[in-house]
Structure formats: structure tokens, C-alpha cells
Design a protein around this ligand. Structure first.
Ligand code: ATP
Ligand code: MG
Length: 600
């Protein structure tokens, strides 16, 4: 199947306006770039930065990426692509305890899979924040010398008690006026491993009475005796995220540092810190600008890392790449395509307002993309045998079906037609309900791409269950022949030849949660009732069936996507398919079947 690369997200949004205004003003035009991250001194003698802007996607490698990350990835890489810039992939791996190589690898795969590249014009902008620890310590020591930081030796409880509240100012630590020399001595000894975790902490010296609690002397470096996946046992002090992140951005010449709204209150500290370091000559100007946007929230989906871990650990799903998981590895197995994610990102846009996107909006993007790209095939998911009693035994012929109704250039394929066919069980009713136009005794219907047949009856087992439908075909009515229209019928059925069909496992996936807001209280709930999102898991989110598929599907390659006529879009599973024996996952049905369902 061709993998068209859709255009980048045309970032028609407020961030684009900021970028365009900056470009028009030449705000970043004088920045220099040493070819790799560095301090003001490192960049000073280097050429002007060829990148008009620099953005970054900075995941912490402590889990698998999810749909929300896709929004952030497409936004950051899309902006860089649109404005002649670069987007860095940076592993924010400053926390020694939680990070693993497995996550690093899967993040790299997922970003590539989405069609984004951090390599451009000889630059390989793949970075690890832990490689900046030397600079971070140097900058912390500079802040101490300049009187902007001090070592606090209060206990964690005392610090908490003295932080104040939203209404009340905090109280100065008794160690706040320690001399720079004393703080420096302690910070050096913290680095040498002289003290246990928590004994001292390095804090920025700003204002304990600030109305913004984040400016009340935030912690910037802490003692942590832990082995780091990259730096091993070199360090026993680690920077706090709020200290590390702005520095990472500045060292990498990031112009627009885009993050989610919960960091809005951190922006004053982001700016304070970078200003202090720039005035001390440590960082190049102009400094990066932090810009916040609202994170993606979807109905029927949980995106919290903690909950995703729980779903996997407690085996509510079959792993991180379970096609029902909102992870990008799951999406890939589900058959959700990068093109669909791009369309979705474009459609939902970027704003500062918290919003909840309807899952149907998400699914519709994949329906739209797959309707264009997926070839059509025939699959019978709930097989019932149809016997054409006047068709010779042992005989077969070819019926021709278009591969794509909107793209005749994709041609037709031959499907074998024979005396015994599989049809969908629901296409026969011994006693038809009103408006039923398919097969019932005495009625005629078309076998799509084949002949018109007239139902003559059925066979049943001892329990009365229908085991085969009987019919006769009208030899002059084959599709594509002059007689095809000589008889008018209303029903049009798909079928697979019993002797030729490919029998395969098909997984029918549906939403993992049965309600729009898993775990949230619902109207009419008793005041004391607490809901657990796990109770809202949809018990029917995965159904495994044995289906009868047209023979050509036996040759499907992993990740080939098809529309199974009347049923929806399906993908050959990339994990469980064997050569010549693909299994299929349902990506999405043709129409949303949930709209009509009342929320429980
Ligand atoms: P946690 O903070 O719990 O580790 P996280 O989802 O924020 O989880 P990060 O690795 O820090 O994980 O995220 C990397 C980037 O993805 C960040 O810039 C973050 O803002 C962005 N991001 C995370 N979740 C969403 C979301 N739901 N919508 C949009 N962007 C998101
Ligand atoms: Mg985060």
C-alpha cells in the first residue's frame, strides 16, 4: 500500500502568529549555532543559525507515547517544517530513577512512524538532557556566586510548612542568608556524596512572599544517590525539572518552547532563571520563549501515564501495544495511520482553552483517510453457507471486483465464484422482518459482482438452527454482462467461495471504555459514591472471530490496510501475522455505532 506523506500540520493557530511576528521582527536572526548545544561562549564564534526557528519535543523516557504526545509532536515538527526551522527530539532524562532504554527506543520509533524527522541538512538534532549535567552544575554554582541561590538545610517538612499558601506568604528559611561561600562549600560536598538524600537542597533565591508560589525560592538541585541510565554513578545530585528544562532549551537554541497549559505558572521562573544566566554571560540571547497550549483530552479515552501503566500491569489489556490502548504503538497495530493523526491534529487545531474532543472526531479522521487509501476486499465475518443448487458441482468461475470505487486506475481483481459460498448469517431470514430485502424464501438478491439468486429454502439442524441457505442462480444476470440489469433486485450481498476462501482470525476492536468520561461521577450519583475508571472498561472491547476472507487476502503483508466491504477498515496485524497467514484487526467501523447508544 502506498504511504503518501500528508502535508505537515498547517499550524493555523495562535502559535503560528507568534512565530510569524518573531520572524517579521527578525527576533532570532542574530543567533549563532555551534552545530551542537552549548553556552553563550560555545555559540559566540559560530556562524549564524541556519534554522529560522527551533522547536523541540522533549519526552521523559518513562513510558510509551500516547495520542496526546502525537498532538505535541505534530505541532512542534510541523512548525519547524513550515518555517524553515528544526525540531529537536530531546530525551528529558534528568530524573535518574524512572527511565529505561526500552522507552527511548519506542519513542524514537513512534516519532519516525508519525513521519517526523529530527535530522535535517546535516544536523542530527537528537539530544539527551543528561548530557548537560556539567553545564547545569556550572550554572547552579554561578547562581550561588551571584547571590541568586543558596543551600537550604531545613527538613522537607519545614520547607513545606514555610512555603505558605495561596493566601499567605511564605517564610524565609533560616539558611536563606547563608554566605555564598558557605552555600558553595555545601553544594560541592553535596556533589561529592557527603550527605544523604534530603539533607540539603539548593534553592533559587527569589521571593518567599511572591503571589506565585513557584517563585518562592524553588528548589533547583537535590541530592539523590541513584544510578542514572546514561551517566551511571557520576552524579549524586540531580536538577529539578523546572531548573533543567529552561536550560536545556537555551543550550539548544530553542526559539519557541511549546508546552502544555499546566506549565503556565512556571513561566515566570523559566524567564527569571534564563535572564539570570544570560546576564551572567552563560546563555546566548535572545532567550527561548515558553508558549503554552491546551493538552489533548478525548472522550472514552484515558491518557494519564499512571492509568495506562495500571491497565498494562493489571492486564486489562494485552500490553502497551494492545490495539485498544491510546498509545502510538497501539495505534499502529490498530491500523490508525500517521496520515489520520495529521488530519486530526489539523482539525482540532491548537488553543489555550481546555477542551474535550469527541472520540468520533478522532475516528472520523481515520475513516476519511482510509476511505481514500484503503483497497476494498470482501470478508464474511459471521459465515453461513449458501448453496446454489443449480450451479454445477466442482465448477468455478471468476467474478471481478474493483479494488477502489473512487480509483478505477487501481483495477479489478478476480474472486472465484462457485456452488457453495459463505454469506453473512444476517443476510438470511426465514421469516423476513419488514423492509428486509436480502435472502428469504421466494426473494431474489444479487451476489455482488456475481449473479442474481433466488432463495428456495434452507437446511436446519435438529435444534432448528439454520445450517445452509438454498438458492438458484439466474445464469443470464452476471455483473458486467448485458443481462445484468434484466432483473431488478434490492438486496446486494457479499460472499466468499467456500472452496477458495481464506479462513483467518479477525479481531473486532471497539472502544476500551464504555462511557465518555471514565471514572467521572455521573448525573444522579449518590454524593458518597466514588467511581473508579476501571469499572468503566467496556467488556466488549475485543472480540476474536474466525472469518472467511476472499483468497487474495492470504497474501496481505503486515500493516496493509483494507476496507472490508460493509464492515469497516481492517489492518493486517504487524505482530501476529505470519507470511501467508495474516490475521486482521478492525481499525474502525464504516459508521459510528455509538451515537445512538445512551450513556449508561
Ligand atoms: P508525565 O508528566 O506524567 O511524565 P507527560 O505525558 O507529560 O507525562 P512527557 O514525556 O513529559 O509526558 O511529555 C512530553 C511532551 O508531550 C511534553 O511537552 C508535554 O507537554 C506533551 N504532552 C503530554 N501529554 C499531552 C497531551 N495530552 N496533549 C498534548 N501534549 C501532551
Ligand atoms: Mg511531563
Amino acid at each position: 500500500m502506498s504511504k503518501e506523506t500528508a502535508p505537515a500540520v498547517p499550524a493555523a493557530n495562535f502559535i503560528k502568529n507568534i512565530v510569524e511576528a518573531d520572524l517579521a521582527a527578525g527576533k532570532h536572526a542574530q543567533r549563532r549555532w555551534a552545530g551542537q548545544p552549548g553556552t553563550a561562549a560555545d555559540h559566540a564564534g559560530a556562524p549564524l543559525d541556519a534554522a529560522k526557528i527551533r522547536t523541540r519535543f522533549p519526552p521523559e523516557p518513562n513510558g510509551y507515547l500516547h495520542f496526546g504526545h502525537a498532538k505535541s509532536i505534530l505541532l512542534n515538527f510541523g512548525l519547524a517544517e513550515q518555517y524553515g526551522g528544526r525540531c529537536h527530539l530531546r530525551f528529558d532524562d534528568t530524573n535518574p530513577e524512572k527511565e529505561e532504554q526500552e522507552y527511548v527506543d519506542s519513542i524514537i520509533d513512534a516519532v519516525k512512524w508519525l513521519g517526523c524527522s529530527w535530522e535535517k541538512e546535516g544536523e542530527k538534532n537528537l539530544y539527551y538532557a543528561s548530557n548537560y549535567f556539567d553545564w547545569m552544575v556550572e550554572f547552579a554554582e554561578y547562581l550561588i556566586e551571584a547571590g541568586h541561590a543558596y543551600v537550604d538545610s531545613q527538613s522537607a517538612d519545614e520547607m513545606r510548612a514555610n512555603r505558605g499558601t495561596l493566601k499567605e506568604p511564605g517564610k524565609d528559611s533560616p539558611f536563606r542568608n547563608r554566605s555564598a561561600a558557605e552555600s558553595m562549600d555545601l553544594f560541592k560536598r553535596m556533589q561529592q556524596g557527603e550527605f544523604p538524600d534530603g539533607a540539603h537542597i539548593l534553592r533559587a533565591k527569589i521571593d518567599m512572599a511572591s503571589p506565585n508560589i513557584n517563585l518562592r525560592d524553588p528548589a533547583i538541585y537535590r541530592i539523590r544517590h541513584a544510578t542514572h541510565h546514561n551517566t551511571g554513578d557520576k552524579w549524586c545530585v540531580y536538577p529539578m525539572y523546572t531548573f533543567a528544562h529552561p536550560i536545556e532549551d537555551a543550550l539548544e537554541n530553542i526559539t519557541h518552547s511549546i508546552c502544555t497549559l499546566e506549565f503556565e505558572d512556571q513561566r515566570p521562573f523559566y524567564d527569571w532563571l534564563l535572564e539570570r544566566l544570560a546576564e551572567g554571560g552563560k546563555l546566548q540571547r535572545p532567550l527561548p520563549q515558553q508558549i503554552e497550549f491546551s493538552r489533548l483530552n478525548l472522550t472514552y479515552v484515558v491518557l494519564s501515564k499512571r492509568k495506562l501503566i495500571q491497565l498494562v500491569d493489571e492486564k486489562h489489556v494485552d500490553g502497551w501495544d494492545d490495539p485498544r490502548m491510546p498509545t502510538l504503538v497501539g495505534a499502529r497495530r490498530r491500523g490508525y495511520t500517521p496520515e489520520g493523526f495529521r488530519l486530526f491534529a489539523e482539525r482540532i487545531g491548537v488553543s489555550k482553552h481546555d477542551s474535550l474532543i469527541d472520540y468520533v472526531t478522532f475516528e472520523d479522521c481515520f475513516r476519511e483517510v482510509l476511505n481514500e487509501s484503503a483497497e476494498r476486499r470482501v470478508a464474511v465475518l459471521d459465515p453461513l453457507k449458501l448453496i446454489i443448487t443449480n450451479y454445477p458441482e466442482g465448477q468455478s468461475e471468476e467474478a471481478f471486483a474493483p479494488n477502489h470505487p473512487l480509483k478505477p486506475e487501481l483495477g479489478k481483481r478476480a474472486m472465484p465464484f462457485s456452488r457453495e459460498l459463505w454469506i453473512e448469517a444476517e443476510d438470511f431470514m426465514e421469516e423476513p422482518s419488514k423492509g428486509f430485502h436480502r435472502l428469504y424464501p421466494g426473494n431474489m438478491a444479487r451476489l455482488k459482482y456475481g449473479y442474481i439468486v433466488k432463495c428456495t429454502g434452507c437446511e436446519k439442524d435438529a435444534s432448528g438452527k439454520v445450517t445452509a441457505v438454498l438458492c438458484e442462480y439466474l445464469p443470464e444476470t452476471k455483473s458486467g454482462t448485458p443481462g445484468a440489469d434484466s432483473v431488478k433486485v434490492k438486496g446486494n450481498l457479499h460472499w466468499v467461495s467456500v472452496a477458495h476462501g481464506y479462513t483467518a482470525e479477525v479481531r473486532l476492536y471497539d472502544r476500551l471504555f464504555a462511557v465518555p468520561a471514565p471514572g467521572a461521577r455521573r448525573e444522579g450519583d449518590a454524593p458518597e459514591l466514588e467511581r473508579d475508571y476501571l469499572d468503566d472498561i467496556n467488556p466488549n472491547s475485543k472480540q476474536v472471530i474466525t472469518a472467511r476472507l476472499e483468497p487474495s487476502l492470504k497474501d496481505a503483508q503486515a500493516e496493509d490496510c483494507f476496507q472490508f466491504e460493509r464492515h469497516g477498515y481492517f489492518v493486517a496485524d504487524r505482530v501476529d501475522s505470519q507470511a501467508g497467514a495474516p490475521v486482521f484487526n478492525r481499525t474502525v467501523t464504516l459508521k459510528d455505532s455509538w451515537a445512538a447508544k445512551p450513556a449508561k
